[in-house]
Write a protein that binds this ligand. Structure first.
Ligand SMILES: *[C@@H]1O[C@H](CO)[C@@H](O)[C@H](O)[C@H]1NC(C)=O
Ligand SMILES: *[C@@H]1O[C@H](CO)[C@@H](O)[C@H](O)[C@H]1NC(C)=O
Ligand SMILES: *[C@@H]1O[C@H](CO)[C@@H](O)[C@H](O)[C@H]1NC(C)=O
Length: 578
């Protein structure tokens, strides 16, 4: 276990990163909150130090001693076999270590330092590798798999649960934020059903890269701390065509404030476990919705209405970057309205409201243009799950809240696209201006990301003359439309309503809103193909580039990340089995 009497060194990072202190180890190994509190106090009151407390060895790092999740019931059965679980939120179950050697192929410095108070040098230690590959756990914390249910593709699927994920720690960082650390691909649990509990390299690379990329795009999301690769054989039928192939098992350490989903509450409601349902809802409100009064008799209604508006916000944000989640089942929808469970997601390239990232989703249930509808469907399932906790009047009010979802969504959507166009203030014709631009894109198949980006980069003078620079390829696509010049004039007129605004300011504003780089499928695929040959250079390049998606970067340009997708990408299918 990760405990030691070694001499501990805690670095107090100053701006110059030079000022290190040695501490007595017994203070640091398993520190109590109160001790950490006084340490924080000392730090915050020192003029010399930045407010940072970062440890340079995992031995010094400790999960919170009083874990709040301990307030929730855990399945008394300790054996690890697939079963129906009752009256519990979690099951105790350890990750299954890989039998082959593992290697750390990528990690996020920002997650380690920013969320987990770990100096990135820790990532190179063997303790860390063992921790993030599931072969060693932190003493005092028994890993957990969560029991939940869900509606999948419109049908109640019964008990699902973490079938290959383990919550391996919760951590309260130096800012007092509580983070839940979850391994994905770490072996079987009581919820594995027919699965083997593993995840393969390609799906793990995609999750690792995309969750971090979404964060830097400013979209609420789970984070990814590390990516570990093993040589354990995992058998997958990648395209469900009977072609089973041997792949290698990988595991991602994912981090979120909470992993509870709509399906977490549906499970309890559907099995009539109402007192546990109430307990879990109260727990979630207390831990994650600080603005709601925990003794208010209308708190569940307040909770529901917060989830409704945050979900509207999340989906509008997805749309603003052309992100299609791919599997919007109620068990993949977070109660904190963060993006979770990256599977067959995709960023739309040529604008198409019917864009479907999961190529086996023949019905197009989760096409990009249907995400808001599906969000509302999922919120309705949430409301049904909460019904046992609401009286008749509250049920009526909650239905009215749900009915307000389309308006919340459209107003958020309009706000986001208004800022994508650099428009200040609001004007009743804005939605029409936005919609007609999207129509032009749809008709011409112009690239969504780069059309907005190049509108941010072009000067108004150039636009007025429609003298589009040679390399503004997406605007050349859209300019093939006979109505583009009329649209441009309307746009220029709208901008003139703010005479104090300058063109330089507009471009600045728009370049901070419209990314130059998103994780296009071909980019992820190219990184995956190299990774399968043990070349992780492109994983790392993408990781670096996507940290600053709004800034033009030389390596990204050289790699073609702001160019039209290469020809071979048109034949790409997103692999569904993961
Ligand atoms: C919280 O709700 C209770 C019950 O309605 C009320 O007595 C209390 O004043 C409220 N607290 C705050 C801070 O509003
Ligand atoms: C999301 O839900 C699907 C089915 O509902 C489940 O099989 C899958 O594990 C979840 N997706 C991911 C990528 O975790
Ligand atoms: C993709 O869609 C198909 C058809 O609806 C579905 O069976 C499959 O589970 C989806 N893939 C994922 C990863 O959810």
């Amino acid at each position: 276990m990760l405990q030691s009497r070694d001499v501990a060194v805690v670095c107090l990072w100053t701006l110059s990163r030079a000022f290190c202190l040695a501490w007595a180890p017994d203070l640091i190994v398993n520190p109590k909150k109160s001790e950490l509190g006084s340490l924080h106090y000392a730090l915050n009151n020192s003029d010399h130090c930045q407010r940072r407390l970062i440890v340079s060895s995992l031995k010094l790092w400790s999960v919170s001693v009083e874990d709040v999740l301990g307030q929730l019931p855990v399945d008394p059965v300790k054996e690890n076999y697939v079963r129906k679980v009752k009256e519990s939120i979690f099951s105790h179950v350890y990750p299954t270590p890989f039998s082959s050697e593992t290697r750390l192929v990528a990690f996020s410095e920002d997650v380690l330092e920013g969320l987990l108070d770990l100096d990135s040098s820790v990532a190179h230690s063997s303790d860390f590798l063992q921790f993030v590959s599931g072969s060693k756990t932190i003493s005092g914390f028994v890993p957990l798999a969560h029991r939940y249910g869900g509606h999948q593709f419109g049908v109640w699927a019964g008990q699902l649960g973490d079938g290959r994920a383990h919550l391996i720690a919760t951590y309260v960082n130096r800012f007092g934020e509580r983070w839940e650390l979850q391994l994905k691909g770490s072996g079987k649990t009581p919820y594995s059903r027919n699965g083997d509990g593993r995840a393969v390299l390609r799906s793990s690379v995609r999750e690792f890269l995309c969750s971090e990329a979404m964060y830097y795009l400013g979209i609420p999301t789970s984070r990814a701390a590390s990516l570990v690769l093993s040589s354990d054989a995992v058998w997958r039928d990648q395209f469900y065509n009977g072609n089973v192939k041997k792949e290698r098992g990988a595991v991602v350490l994912r981090v979120a404030k909470s992993w509870f989903r709509i399906g977490s509450l549906e499970m309890l409601s559907n099995s009539g476990e109402y007192s546990l349902l109430k307990k879990l809802v109260d727990f979630i409100i207390k831990e994650h919705f600080p603005s709601i009064n925990t003794s208010d008799p209308h708190r569940v209604l307040a909770f529901f209405s917060t989830v409704v508006s945050q979900t509207a916000d999340l989906i509008a944000r997805w749309m603003s970057v052309g992100f299609a989640h791919g599997v919007c089942n109620t068990d993949n929808f977070s109660l904190l309205s963060i993006t979770i469970d990256y599977g067959p997601f995709g960023f739309m390239e040529k604008y198409d409201a019917d864009y479907i990232p999961n190529t086996s989703d023949d019905e197009g249930r989760y096409r990009i243009g249907n995400q808001a509808n599906v969000g509302m469907y999922n919120l309705n399932k949430l409301l049904l799950a909460l019904n046992p906790l609401l009286d008749d009047r509250q049920k009526q009010l909650a239905s009215a809240v749900l009915a307000g979802f389309p308006n919340l969504y459209y107003s958020r959507f309009t706000e986001l696209f208004r800022s994508k166009l650099g428009l200040l203030g609001d004007n009743e014709d804005d939605l029409a201006l936005i919609a007609s631009l999207l129509n032009l894109m749809e008709d011409t198949g112009a690239d969504f990301t780069m059309s907005f980006r190049q509108l941010s980069e072009i000067t108004l003078e150039q636009l007025a003359r429609l003298s589009i620079p040679q390399d503004f390829w997406a605007l050349h696509e859209i300019n093939q439309h006979k109505d583009f010049s009329a649209w441009s004039s309307a746009y220029l007129q709208r901008l003139q309503r703010n005479p104090e605004d300058t063109d330089a300011d507009r471009r600045q504003r728009m370049m901070r809103t419209n990314p130059r780089y998103v994780l296009r499928n071909w980019m992820a695929e190219s990184a995956v193909l190299k990774a399968e040959r043990n070349d992780f250079s492109e994983v790392r390049l993408l990781q670096r580039v996507l940290r600053q998606p709004f800034r033009r970067q030389k390596m990204a340009e050289v790699s073609g990340y702001s160019q039209k997708s290469p020809e071979w990408a048109n034949r790409l299918k997103v692999s569904c089995s993961s």
